[in-house]
Ligand binder design. Structure first.
Ligand SMILES: CCCC(=O)SCCNC(=O)CCNC(=O)[C@H](O)C(C)(C)COP(=O)(O)OP(=O)(O)OC[C@H]1O[C@@H](n2cnc3c(N)ncnc32)[C@H](O)[C@@H]1OP(=O)(O)O
Length: 303
């Protein structure tokens, strides 16, 4: 085997072992939570809320980042609240999808700069990032199809939040901008790692080092944006269009949609052998299940 081949083989094996370990670690961290000290510090920065509406009839939840006086920036309390909301969604067995949006026509302007100033030391910064990385990793791993609905601006941590969803829809006035460089920062909520996975390392480097304002055209070209919605007069109208876009992807019983999402997550994150094992296990949860038996009885033709 050539040196390159051997190195590649080692890299794949190492990556496999590491990714599995990270998945396991994340599960552990997720259940135990971040150190109390960072929770207490985040708690000291109130303002805004993270609102969750679960619509039982459609199986679509709407998660709203709600702090319009600060362009939906994340206060410390909102970071804690997001974790709670994700926890609620993890056990929503009837759910099929979640739409993440901002209040009042803007997506999110990142972390609240007032809170950031107060914890501007490396140790607290890393703990805050660990906390947000865990929450956003759990958001991305939800057994629900997730969509970021970007109206107006998604800046800094707000841009990172969009990458923690399976799909990104943008209204024609939407902008995603990783402004971290202008703040003397890099992404820290896992946004760089996820961005590389979505648009590739060349494009990710361009977006981060250029702090590029990604408009709908640019977003579509790079594969960051899945669909562009025309700006509509009312907030509710945009949400309705987003729900319509989701509909073909969630037209099946919730257990089937949740199983589909689980096999995609394992395919995305685990080494092949582990992903195949997970796929078999998930298959076992739907094989011979109610939806499967109903389909067999109908003898459908997939024309
Ligand atoms: C790992 C995470 C890293 C990060 O997220 S770092 C944070 C990155 N985000 C930013 O730097 C956003 C800074 N803000 C801006 O660029 C502008 O405010 C923005 C969003 C383009 C909106 O501009 P305008 O439409 O002109 O509105 P404006 O500036 O008057 O803002 C309205 C009120 O919102 C406030 N605001 C906006 N973003 C904020 C933030 N991230 N933290 C705290 N407050 C924020 C802004 O200060 C203003 O408040 P006020 O009316 O002056 O009391």
């Amino acid at each position: 085997m050539s040196v390159c081949g051997a190195a590649r083989c080692w890299w794949i094996q190492t990556r496999g072992a590491v990714s599995l370990r990270v998945l396991q670690q994340n599960r552990t961290v997720c259940t135990t939570g971040a150190p109390e000290s960072i929770r207490e510090k985040l708690q000291a920065f109130p303002g805004g809320s993270i609102d969750l509406q679960k619509r039982q009839e459609s199986g679509i939840a709407v998660l709203t980042v709600n702090n319009p006086a600060r362009m939906n920036a994340f206060s410390g309390c909102m970071m804690l609240e997001l974790e709670q909301r994700v926890h609620e969604l993890e056990s929503w067995t009837e759910g099929k999808a979640v739409i993440v949006k901002g209040a009042a026509g803007n997506f999110c302007s990142g972390s609240d700069l007032n809170a950031v100033r107060a914890i501007a030391n490396p140790q607290d910064g890393m703990r805050m990032c660990e906390f947000m990385q865990n929450t956003l990793t759990r958001l991305l791993r939800l057994p629900l199809i997730s969509m970021a609905l970007v109206e107006g601006r998604a800046l800094g941590g707000g841009a990172e939040l969009t990458t923690a969803c399976d799909f990104r829809l943008m209204t024609s006035n939407g902008v995603i901008q990783f402004v971290h460089k202008h703040m003397g920062l890099v992404p820290g909520w896992g946004g760089a790692a996820r961005l590389v996975g979505i648009v590739g390392s060349q494009n990710a480097l361009k977006l981060l080092s250029g702090a590029v304002k990604v408009d709908p055209d640019c977003g579509r070209q790079m594969g960051l944006v899945d669909e562009v919605l025309l700006c509509s007069s009312g907030e509710g109208e945009t949400l309705t269009h987003a729900e319509q876009w989701l509909r073909p992807f969630i037209k099946a019983p919730a257990p089937v949609i949740q199983a589909l999402k689980k096999v995609v997550v394992s395919g995305r994150e685990l080494p092949l052998e582990q992903a195949l094992k997970t796929e078999r296990n998930v298959f076992g949860t739907v094989w011979g299940g109610p939806a499967n038996l109903k389909a067999l009885a109908l003898k459908p033709k997939h024309k």
